[in-house]
Structure formats: C-alpha cells, structure tokens
Ligand binder design. Structure first.
Ligand SMILES: C[S@@+](CC[C@H](N)C(=O)[O-])C[C@H]1O[C@@H](n2cnc3c(N)ncnc32)[C@H](O)[C@@H]1O
Length: 177
C-alpha cells in the first residue's frame, strides 16, 4: 500500500514537472533567467525609438517570449528582427504569433548564452538582475560594438549611455558594448 502511494506521488510529481517544463520553457531559464512576462507594446515602441533603429540593423531580442518585440522591430522599424527563446511553449506561441501577423521576424529556440550574438547591431533584453549579471560578462566577451537596450534592469558594472524614465514608473537603459 505504501509503495503504491509513493509511486502515485512520484508519477504526479513527474507529470507536474513536465507540464512546468513545457509551459515555462526550461526550469533553468525560469530560475536563472526571467519569468515569461512581456513588455507592454507602448513601452516597446517608446524604447525602440530611443535606440534609433534603421532598416539595415540586425535586431535581437534575448528571451523573446511572445515575439511582441520582434514583431514591432520588424513591422514598425523594418529591422532584421530575430528573437531567441529557450522555452518550447513560448517559441511555438511566438512562431504562430509572427506567422498570423505576417511578420518577417525570425525566432530561434536556443539558450541565448549559447547563441551567436556577433551579428546583432541592437540587442533588447527584459530579464532579471541575476540574468543581467551573467549577460554583462557574456557580452563583454563578444567582438564588435553594439547597442543594448534593457527594460527595468541594469548591468552591475557598465554605465548606460542613456536612461529613459517612462510614465509607467519603469525605465529603459541604453548601453554601448
Ligand atoms: C520577461 S520575458 C520577456 C519577453 C520579451 N522579450 C518581451 O519583452 O516581451 C523573458 C523571456 O526570456 C526567456 N528566457 C529566459 N532565459 C533565457 C535564456 N537563457 N535563453 C533564451 N530565453 C530565455 C523566458 O523564457 C521568457 O520568455
């Protein structure tokens, strides 16, 4: 009887963990990265205006979630827009979202720490404090210079070239790394 109860609890936990994995992407990304909360559209438009994207720019959204930022970078700013997303669920959802809206944006399913970021001229990030710490180190190791725009979180050591306070109380930080 006890063994059966342990087995049922084990199966239930396994099922729960699998659901959790597919809904949030990877458990690692959830704890070390950021939860899947999208940047509001009004904020994205205002933020992207500040980095002066031009149509020749390659724009990356690290942790692209629903694909909203990629969609706006493509449709409104005509950039070559790419989203990198580790969560299977968000990857699938964003691909569908871009397809339905007829976007030329691209979504890659990958951990962005393992992706090649060299070709990015502009990088957008809405992460977490912990993620910004690891990302700072990572970006400093990449050759070339690019603009980084971060929503709500700062790098621990690098000074931004611009800070944009939003009426929402949130802010954007623009870096050149
Ligand atoms: C706060 S959401 C932001 C979504 C989108 N950038 C936006 O602003 O609307 C963060 C997203 O990053 C993803 N993520 C977190 N760590 C990641 C990693 N190392 N590689 C790829 N995606 C990651 C999460 O799955 C989540 O969808």
């Amino acid at each position: 009887m006890l063994l059966e109860i342990i087995l049922i609890v084990f199966i239930f936990l396994l099922f729960f963990l699998l659901c959790f994995y597919f809904l949030t992407g990877s458990i690692k990304a959830f704890f070390t990265g950021a939860p899947p909360v999208p940047t509001p559209k009004k904020e994205i438009v205002a933020g992207l205006k500040e980095v002066e994207i031009n149509p020749r720019d390659t724009f990356f959204d690290l942790g692209s979630g629903t694909g909203k930022v990629v969609l706006i970078a493509d449709k409104m700013f005509r950039a070559k827009a790419v989203g990198i997303e580790s969560s299977f669920f968000m990857y699938f959802f964003s691909k569908l979202n871009l397809f339905i809206k007829g976007s030329n944006g691209k979504i890659i399913r990958k951990n962005f720490f393992k992706a090649s970021l060299e070709e990015a001229d502009i990088i957008y990030i809405y992460g977490s404090m912990k993620l910004m710490k690891s990302l700072e180190k990572h970006l400093l190791d990449i050759s070339g210079k690019r603009k980084i725009i971060s929503y709500c979180f700062s790098f621990p050591n690098i000074k931004p070239i611009k800070k944009i306070k939003r009426p929402s109380g949130k802010f954007f930080l623009i870096y050149e790394i």
